[in-house]
Design a protein around this ligand. Structure first.
Ligand code: SAM
Length: 310
């Protein structure tokens, strides 16, 4: 399999690399949905990026020069572009295994006039960790949990940090809420049952990853075990009240359609029927039309610094 680097200024460099394909989803097929979701989170991730600037001392004493930033498991690169805006002196490299998602990164960066500072690197992790190069800031959003050994992944990222560099891992946070408890169809409390079924599916997904290793998911403790100095955890809210605009409705419509397919046999018949009604085109009970749909979720970011030599 091939590792491909797309540098800014269209310089392309290929070399071969042996690895196992560690993917648990058809990520390319999810491209639209990943991009819609990340766009809903732009204000939250922008706020997070400004916090990272503070942590790196850029708004205070200008202590760390940030010249290279990695977005590991970048997907379509919404965060990579936000990081490029927040760190105007840096080259940002979006790293992912899915070529189609990296194509989206390049299109997005070009549309935002960031093409000269946003590069892409196609590689499969964990075997590709060696190819990342060093960085002053590494961001990874909802990607580490798709690798079998999360602790080893953090150790590999820590090894890529320059002295004084910062690792920021966005994992978990709060699952989205988008419907009232009682929606007038089916049994109240559907969202809690969807969360429970999702959690079971998540456990199965993790157990099937290559090299799957159980870890107590105490992220600051894991960052410390990776040899870093934890520098704080913060949570950033996305709060879109009803009535929702079209982008959020289209995201929820696609998300509920996917949940119905993925969770169907983990739900009882009544809940499956409720999901059917929620994704029933433009019906008044459907998520695309109902006036009570909202979108509330939170991204939690755990950070840690690489030590500087004494
Ligand atoms: C849930 S998406 C997160 C995308 C983006 N960071 C965000 O928060 O919107 C996970 C991303 O990790 C990538 N990924 C999953 N397993 C990977 C692996 N083994 N090596 C490299 N990338 C991987 C997927 O292609 C996908 O783009």
């Amino acid at each position: 399999m091939e590792e491909t680097v797309h540098q800014p200024h269209a310089h392309t460099h290929d070399h071969t690399h042996t690895h196992s394909h560690g993917s648990d989803h058809d990520w390319e097929a999810l491209g639209d949905q990943l991009e819609r979701e990340a766009e809903l989170h732009i204000p939250a991730v922008t706020e997070a990026a400004h916090w990272l600037r503070d942590l790196l001392g850029l708004d205070g004493g200008g202590q760390t020069r940030v010249s290279r930033v990695l977005d590991v498991g970048s997907g379509p690169g919404v965060a990579a572009c936000l990081l490029a805006a927040a760190f105007p002196d840096a080259e940002v490299v979006a790293v992912d295994q899915a070529p189609g998602l990296l194509e989206r990164v390049r299109t997005r960066a070009a549309g935002l006039h960031l093409a000269d500072r946003v590069a892409t690197l196609r590689t499969d992790l964990p075997s590709g960790f060696d190819s990342l190069g060093s960085a002053d800031l590494i961001w990874s959003g909802n990607a580490i949990h798709h690798l079998g050994d999360q602790q080893a992944a953090l150790a590999a990222l820590a090894a890529s940090l320059r002295p004084g560099g910062l690792l920021a891992v966005a994992e978990r946070g709060l699952p989205p809420r988008f419907l009232p408890r009682d929606i007038g169809i089916g049994r109240p409390g559907l969202q809690a049952r969807l969360d429970a079924a999702n959690e079971e599916l998540f456990g199965t997904m993790r157990a099937q990853l290559p090299g799957s290793t159980e870890t107590v998911e105490d992220w600051p403790a894991m960052l410390a075990r990776a040899g870093l100095m934890p520098s704080g955890t913060r949570t950033f809210l996305t709060d879109l009240p009803a009535p929702l605009g079209r982008p959020a409705r289209e995201y929820l419509y696609a998300q509920l359609s996917r949940l119905r397919d993925r969770l169907g046999d983990r739900l009882d018949r009544e809940d499956r029927e409720t999901l059917d009604l929620l994704v029933d085109g433009d019906a008044r009970t459907g998520i695309r039309s109902r006036p009570d749909a909202f979108y509330l979720t939170a991204i939690t970011v755990h950070t840690a610094r690489a030590p500087r030599p004494a």
